[in-house]
Design a protein around this ligand. Structure first.
Ligand code: NAP
Length: 329
């Protein structure tokens, strides 16, 4: 029988790639959006799958809407990707971030408990939950010490999920994903920003790029590869939590200089602004993906620099296609 999956946050980066992979596996995919707008599905359009995903409006803060959806679509799996996902923005909107990122999870799990406890649930947890790190690499047993409102909201949601698994036996798994990037990443995230802005500088369309603290280190991977792990987690015999990461961190400064060097741009074109520093930040973080390797048979596919090469190429191809389109229509 055909399996069906509901994806919240379908309009985001991971929502698009996850839809593509579930469709390839023969799933019926129902994607939830908060508003009725075409911009929201541009990731699906980019992957040319917008006609194959059923888009439904749903306010995840209203449990009655979720209950109705579960009764109407009787999904086998729910992938909960919707969240205010920007660490920087969470410092501007701490309460809104906390409210949405926790209450939406409570509503979804409570609805599952009321309607059908057999529905499997995936929660998008985050490496940001570990924050102030004592021991590296981070594994599934490392202590949580969140350093931002976003991280606090994700840590709370993580514990809500564990509680529904332990108290009610619901199949709930948390994918603790480290930073993962792609062409579909929003422009307000670091890697997408430095790729787009370095291209603009190389073409003389922009003078310089302004960045915040680039002496921090992060563990980066490729979104389509990380999304594969979400599906694998949901097919296990028992629900569990998994760290998904590359296992290595890289400094943001080195990543910027790599992109500038590749395009023959002077390092002076990168300017640091104290205004872009966060009130608190993680210095260095990388994970240990041993559990995912052994239990999910999942492995990271590329180094940070291979990732930058791939993303730069895709961005360049896309900018040429946009140029050609605007000059032929
Ligand atoms: P993303 O591109 O920012 O997408 C977030 C999604 O959540 C969008 O569909 C967005 O809808 C939706 N959303 C945000 N606020 C909402 C609200 N108040 N009500 C309803 N929907 C709302 O994020 P992503 O990169 O795909 O990440 C997917 C999930 O993984 C997120 O939960 C994120 O926190 C988590 N995560 C991501 C990373 C990463 O490196 N990408 C790492 C660890 C964890 P709109 O289009 O309407 O704004």
């Amino acid at each position: 029988m055909q399996k069906s999956a509901i994806i919240t946050g379908i309009s985001g980066q991971d929502g698009a790639y996850l839809s593509e992979q579930l469709l390839k596996k023969g799933y019926r995919v129902i994607g939830l959006v908060r508003g009725d707008n075409a911009i929201g599905i541009k990731g699906l359009q980019y992957l040319k799958i917008e006609k194959r995903v059923e888009i439904v409006e749903c306010d995840l803060l209203d449990i009655s809407q979720i209950i109705k959806l579960l009764i109407q679509y009787h999904p086998d799996e729910i992938y909960n990707l919707a969240a205010q996902s920007s660490v920087s923005q969470s410092f501007q909107q701490p309460i809104g971030t906390f409210q949405f990122n926790t209450l939406s999870v409570y509503n979804l799990l409570e609805a599952i408990k009321l309607v059908n406890k057999k529905i499997r649930f995936y929660q998008a947890s985050s490496s940001e939950m570990y924050g102030k790190v004592n021991n590296l690499p981070i594994n599934e047993n490392s202590l949580l010490h969140p350093l931002s409102p976003y991280a606090i909201s994700k840590a709370s949601a993580h514990w809500i999920c564990k509680n529904y698994r332990e108290s009610y036996g619901i199949f709930v798994c948390c994918g603790i994903l480290f930073n993962h990037e792609s062409y579909l990443r929003s422009t307000n995230f670091f890697v997408k920003k430095i790729i787009q802005e370095s291209i603009k500088i190389s073409k003389g369309l922009q003078d310089k790029m302004t960045v915040g603290n680039i002496d921090i280190k992060r563990d980066f991977g490729y979104a389509p590869k990380y999304v594969e792990a979400m599906i694998k987690m949901m097919q296990q015999d028992e629900a569990d939590d998994f760290i998904i990461c590359s296992g290595k961190s890289e400094s943001l400064r080195n990543m910027i200089y790599y992109l500038l060097d590749k395009q023959g741009i002077d390092h002076k074109k990168c300017e640091i602004s104290d205004k872009l520093f966060r009130p608190s930040d993680i210095d260095d973080i990388y994970g240990d993906n041993t559990k995912a390797k052994s239990k999910l048979n999942w492995d990271n596919s590329m180094t940070t620099y291979q990732l930058l090469d791939l993303l730069l190429e895709e961005e360049l191809i896309s900018s040429v296609q946009c140029y050609l389109k605007s000059h032929t229509t």
